[in-house]
Design a protein around this ligand. Sequence first.
Ligand code: AMP
Length: 181
Amino acid sequence: MRTLIFLGPPGSGKGTQAKILAEKLSIPHISLGDMLREEVRAGSGTGKRAKEAMDAGRLVPDELTIDLARKRINREDCRSGYIFDGFPRSMIQAAALEKTPIDRVVYFRIAEEEAVKRLLRRAELEGRADDSEEAIRTRFEVYEKETRPLIDYYARMGKLLEIDAARPIEQVSLQLWETLK
Ligand code: AMP
């Protein structure tokens, strides 16, 4: 059983790295952002409740993400582990995982200016609704206020692995593989 949490600001590359490592370890990559975008696309009740907050760059309600995350990790394919990408993002979400065994929490450290540069580049390539400059600013504010406290929380639990996420994709993925394989 290998359970990992990838934590970091928007644009830190945690999604890209979660995808690469999950494939190498043959465990699911669980991106709450992807799951929520899928709900929006499908026009479900959850998607309808989440859309406005997502487009603005705010967090969707905790009970909604906690419910989605719980159901996902109870599925058969998560038996030998999984990587959470973008969950938990608030102390309430972290508390919901208190009884779930977690091996390591990888913190993707990157300066805000560098992360914003990456996000603006992605906006040109992918055209995500929440990659507008306004929504990007909100996502950073939300990260500072709601998500940053989790770094200390997991450090105190002795679970934090901090990595320099400003380096090229290949260097970061090599370090993750060497440390976590
Ligand atoms: P991401 O793809 O991880 O950048 O997530 C995109 C958006 O989905 C975020 O800006 C939030 O609106 C929403 N979201 C993703 N994960 C969470 C979460 N754990 N808690 C609340 N909202 C989330």
